[in-house]
Design a protein around this ligand. Sequence first.
Ligand SMILES: Nc1ncnc2c1ncn2[C@@H]1O[C@H](COP(=O)(O)OP(=O)(O)OP(=O)(O)O)[C@@H](O)[C@H]1O
Ligand SMILES: [Mg+2]
Length: 233
Amino acid sequence: MIHVRQLIKRFGPKIVLNKMAFDVSQGEFVALIGPNGAGKTTFLRILSSLAKPSIGEVNVAGFHLPGQAASVRQRLGVVSHMPLLYGDLTASENLLFYGRMYDVADLTHRVQEVLQLVGLLHRSGDLVRTFSRGMQQRLAIGRAILHNPDVLLLDEPHTGLDQDACDMLDGVLRDVAVSGRTVVMTSHDFVRAQNLASRFDVLSRGRIVASIPANKLSPDGLQAFYRESLEQA
Ligand SMILES: Nc1ncnc2c1ncn2[C@@H]1O[C@H](COP(=O)(O)OP(=O)(O)OP(=O)(O)O)[C@@H](O)[C@H]1O
Ligand SMILES: [Mg+2]
């Protein structure tokens, strides 16, 4: 579902992704972990078609990037730190807008369903600029899943959410995973990541330095695996 080879991303003279390789099969849930500045957000931005690779092969859901960005976007849901919402529209108007862009069937019903799912039905008629940060993040999650995308990309999605919203998000992500969709999520929250992911990849200095399936990890083993991976890298 995701296939990356020899990916290089430079900002001026600085090489941020260094001949990176990365593969995800359909139905996998990959938690991408790594220190600050490792290149996780940069990499997700490239997969989301929000940034262009300097060089390299990037294929998402059967389409290559950056050339086929429009086709990739149809099949993607993205939760990032820029919520990609319109402040002067209400919550439901935001979802209706995106739903029309993605040709979502039975849109009015789907918008209500998603607002209910993310716990914002009671605020559906309020302007998004009057929302708290966590409420905006909830709506961003709703926007990302609205069109039932094949691939969901999430950059530290738990950051800024209260405990209820974190549990809501984990529930949404479990449903997404159960329905055979593909998820790549960056996180510094190892406990939540370990409860969700089917595989853990460690990104350090612009490349994947270690990878382990969830069933090979002891219940509290992610921290140890992470430390060892960074020491050996
Ligand atoms: N637009 C940019 N221009 C220049 N350098 C950039 C730009 N975006 C990112 N970088 C650099 O790329 C490197 C990787 O940043 P990135 O945000 O991808 O890290 P990250 O793994 O997401 O870190 P964190 O865990 O802190 O979120 C950093 O050194 C950062 O300064
Ligand atoms: Mg980041």
